[in-house]
Design a protein around this ligand. Structure first.
Ligand SMILES: Cc1cc2nc3c(=O)[nH]c(=O)nc-3n(C[C@H](O)[C@H](O)[C@H](O)COP(=O)(O)OP(=O)(O)OC[C@H]3O[C@@H](n4cnc5c(N)ncnc54)[C@H](O)[C@@H]3O)c2cc1C
Length: 393
């Protein structure tokens, strides 16, 4: 009998737990630990953020699903991993968790032993990387269902203003040079433009797509080719045509240095500094790992054995430093297994990719100061979709 602990109940954790329960024997145990009571189908937040779906349509409670499939669910956040045991007397691998929510156990900590551990904790939304970015600053987000609800609320208020004759400027995109997930911002800006037309206020709106992509249509994967209507079209042409048809302006190769009320202060790769005014801005944050630590039985911090400096978990990828020209598909992980501990795996965004897919670039300022190129913070799923064209640390 083996016990598998899955950390996180997003796309990857939920999938891992469901398949494990199906594939393992009845007396093997699968436990899920996740801090939120509900699952959020994140890709649909782009509809919530324009008011075309509500929160209940993109979330569902996890506990009844896990109960039905006899998977113990602990509403808790993992804090630290003890891969060789929590102390010299308790040598079974364990993860320290802290209960969340409003129940009697909220705030309590516990050591949860495991035979196998799957880290599927996804990203930390690192709004702090850009001063003023995010819902506690001066911009909006659609990264969580609650963020998207707030965004829809602000959009409604802006639509009301436009109906009263006011002109409004919307800025949508990435809030830092090291962002990934540009596709989500792209989808949101197209949804936004559609919704403004549907509400009859498009003529009162200026829409700017602000992105760290080197070219529009890069999507963090160095672009792609789309076969449609008998033609093969590069995604740059496809994306530019789509925006031109819809009157969406765009700024590429951009890093947001900081945000103040109604102003994004940006720097483009050639070193140009400028201010972009907005009435409403939805800007995605860069991602890091969620901040899990790892300790030896004697209490030594061994986090660097398990995690890369950006907090994502090191797996069976080739992390050797090499130039863009030498990157290969075979550098990417095959089993998602930790090289340090064979019973630990990382899935989804939680694993550390060996490098971005798009070529990292440095700003003019970086070059003049002879700083080493800085790779963007990467994330994404096991399909090896990866990061981005521009690079700011
Ligand atoms: C707006 C938006 C639209 C998107 N659209 C698409 C799309 O169309 N197609 C696509 O392929 N991808 C899309 N993505 C990306 C996609 O959502 C992610 O790749 C995917 O959610 C990653 O899954 P994950 O399981 O790794 O992380 P997540 O889905 O983020 O799940 C992480 C889980 O871990 C939990 N957790 C966090 N911290 C801890 C902790 N300390 N202990 C335990 N649990 C923890 C979280 O609560 C959550 O349950 C989109 C992303 C965004 C933001």
């Amino acid at each position: 009998m083996a016990k598998v602990v899955v950390l996180g109940a997003g796309v990857s954790g939920h999938t891992a737990a469901a398949f494990l329960r199906k594939w393992l024997k009845k007396n093997d145990e699968v436990v899920v630990v996740s801090p939120e009571p509900k699952y959020n189908w994140i890709p649909s937040n782009i509809w919530v953020g324009v008011g075309l779906m509500n929160k209940d349509q993109v979330t569902f409670p996890l506990a009844p699903v896990y109960e039905k499939h006899q998977i113990p669910f602990k509403q808790a956040r993992a804090i630290a991993i003890y891969p060789d045991g929590r102390d010299l007397e308790h040598r079974q691998p364990a993860v320290e968790i802290e209960y969340t929510g409003t129940g009697a156990r909220a705030g309590q900590r516990e050591f949860l032993p495991y035979d196998y551990l799957i880290n599927a904790t996804g990203p930390k939304l690192n709004f702090g990387a850009t001063p003023g970015l995010g819902p506690t600053g001066h911009t909006l987000s659609v990264c969580t269902a609650d963020h998207a609800v707030e965004t829809a609320h602000v959009l409604k208020e802006k639509i009301d203003r436009m109906k009263r004759g006011e002109r409004q400027r919307f800025v949508v995109g990435t809030g830092h040079g090291a962002c990934t997930c540009e596709g989500a911002a792209f989808e949101y800006v197209v949804n936004l433009e559609f919704e403004l037309r549907a509400k009859g206020v498009r003529d009162k709106a200026d829409i700017v797509f602000l992105t760290n992509e080197y070219e529009l249509g890069d999507f963090g994967v160095n672009g792609m080719h789309i076969r449609m209507g008998g033609y093969i079209t590069p995604s740059k042409i496809f994306a530019e045509s789509l925006f031109a048809e819809r009157g969406i302006e765009w700024i590429t190769r951009a890093h947001v240095r900081n945000v103040e009320p109604g102003i994004a202060r940006i720097e483009t790769l050639d070193g140009t500094l400028s201010d972009l005014k907005f009435d409403m801005a939805m800007l995605l944050p860069p991602f890091t790992g969620v901040g899990l630590k790892a300790y030896s039985p004697t209490g030594d911090d061994i986090s660097d054995r398990l995690f890369a400096p950006n907090g994502f978990m090191k797996v069976d990828a080739d992390y050797a430093k090499k130039s863009f020209a030498d990157w290969k598909a075979s550098d990417w992980p095959k089993t998602y297994q930790s090289p340090a501990y064979k019973n630990i795996f990382a899935a989804g965004i939680a694993f550390a990719p060996p490098h971005p897919i798009s070529q990292p670039r440095t700003t003019a300022a970086d070059r003049s100061f002879r700083r080493r190129p800085r790779a963007p913070a990467c994330h994404q799923r096991s399909s090896a979709r990866r990061s981005l064209a521009t690079s700011w640390g």
